[in-house]
Design a protein around this ligand. Structure first.
Ligand code: AKB
Length: 323
C-alpha cells in the first residue's frame, strides 16, 4: 500500500490530519514531516517523522521515493497576518513550497491536497454568499499566494494530469494545536481566555462577520474530498466550504450561555481588520455539497459547547499570536 506524506504536520491542521490518517489507515502508513522536531506527546501522534523543508525539491523527492508515497497533503504555509509582516518570505514559502510539491507529484505520480482559503478573495469579490467561481483580486500577500496556488494546481491537473484537489477553508477552530498568525485566530484565542480570565480583548471589530469551521469537520472535508470519485468532480481545487458564520459579538454571546460573566472588549488591530474587511462575510458552498456531498456536523452552538468541554479538561494554553 502506498504511503501518505503530511507536510506541515506540526501545524494547526497538519497535526490533527496526521493523527486522523494514522487512526484510519495505520500508524506506519503516514509520514509526518515539518521543519521543526516533534515534541513528546505531539498531537500528530507517534509514528514515522521526517525533517522536511518544502522549498527543497530534492528533500521532498527523497522522502517520497524512500517511503513510496502516493498522496501528499501539503499544509505548510504562512498565514494571513504574519504574511503581511514579511511578504517576501511568505511568497517564497507559500509559492516556492507548492511549486516544488507539485513538481514532485508530477514526477512521482502522487495525488495532492492543497488548502486554499477565504483569503483568496478580495475587496471586489461579492461579500455575501460568495459564489464558487467569481472575482478574485486579493490585496494581501497571503491571498495572492492562495489564488496563484489555486491556478497552479488547476494547471497541473489540466496540463500534466496530476490529481491535485483542494478546499477554500474558512477560519479553523480547534482545541488541540493553536493557529499560527491568522486573521481568524481570535475565534480560538477567545475560548482559552474565556476559561482562564472570563474576559477577552478582541483584535477585530465587534461586527466583523466571517465564515468558520470546527476542526473535526475540516478533517472530514479533506478526507471526503480526497476520496471522492473523480468522475463526479467538475472542479478539482478550491471548493468553497463553510460550516458556520459569526461576528466576535455573536461568538461572545454563545460563550456567555456557558460562562454568564464572560466579557469581551475590543482593541482593533488595523492590519488584521483590513484583511478581514477584504474577505467574504459568507461563502456559498453549494458546489461542494453537490459534487462530493459536503455537509458539516458542527454549528456555532455545538462547536462552542465542545470547545469549552475539551479545553476545561486539559492544561491551559494561549495562542502564540494573541499576546
Ligand atoms: C487566516 O486567518 O489567515 C486563516 C485563513 C482564513 O486562511 N485562518
Amino acid at each position: 500500500m502506498k504511503k501518505t506524506l503530511v507536510i506541515g504536520a506540526l501545524g494547526q491542521i497538519g497535526s490533527e490530519l496526521a493523527l486522523a490518517l494514522r487512526n484510519r489507515f495505520g500508524v506506519e502508513t503516514v509520514i509526518a514531516s515539518d521543519v521543526r522536531a516533534p515534541q513528546p506527546g505531539a498531537a500528530s501522534g507517534d509514528g514515522p517523522f521526517q525533517y522536511l523543508d518544502c522549498t527543497s525539491f530534492r528533500q521532498i523527492e527523497t522522502v517520497v521515493r524512500r517511503h513510496d508515497v502516493g498522496t501528499i497533503f501539503h499544509l505548510a504555509a504562512v498565514l494571513s497576518a504574519v504574511a503581511e509582516q514579511n511578504p517576501q518570505a511568505s511568497w517564497d514559502l507559500n509559492m516556492g513550497g507548492l511549486y516544488r510539491v507539485l513538481e514532485v507529484a508530477r514526477e512521482c505520480g502522487c495525488s495532492l491536497f492543497f488548502p486554499s482559503s477565504i483569503g483568496a478573495f478580495g475587496p471586489t469579490t461579492p461579500r455575501d454568499r460568495t459564489p464558487q467561481d467569481t472575482i478574485q483580486r486579493p490585496n494581501t500577500m497571503y491571498g495572492v499566494t492562495k489564488v496563484a496556488g489555486e491556478l497552479l494546481c488547476d494547471y497541473y491537473v489540466a496540463r500534466f494530469g496530476v490529481d491535485a484537489r483542494g478546499l477554500r477553508l474558512p477560519g479553523i477552530i480547534s482545541h488541540v494545536t493553536p493557529p499560527g498568525g491568522g486573521t481568524t485566530d481570535f475565534a480560538v484565542d477567545i475560548f482559552h481566555q474565556a476559561i482562564r480570565y472570563r474576559h477577552y480583548t478582541c483584535f477585530l471589530r465587534h461586527d466583523t462577520r466571517l465564515d468558520m469551521m470546527y476542526m473535526p469537520d475540516t478533517i472530514d472535508a479533506i478526507l471526503q474530498l480526497m476520496a471522492a470519485d473523480p468522475a463526479l468532480l467538475r472542479h478539482h481545487n478550491a471548493f468553497n466550504v463553510t460550516a458556520m458564520n459569526f461576528t466576535p459579538e455573536e461568538l461572545a454571546g454563545e460563550i456567555r450561555k456557558h460562562i454568564p460573566d464572560f466579557a469581551i472588549d475590543y482593541d482593533v488591530d488595523p492590519v488584521r481588520q483590513a484583511i478581514a474587511d477584504s474577505w467574504p462575510r459568507s461563502v456559498d458552498d453549494s458546489e461542494a455539497r453537490a459534487q462530493w456531498d459536503w455537509s458539516p456536523r458542527y454549528d456555532i452552538a455545538a462547536m462552542t459547547a465542545d470547545m469549552l468541554k475539551k479545553l476545561r479538561a486539559k492544561p491551559r494554553t494561549v495562542s502564540r499570536f494573541n499576546r
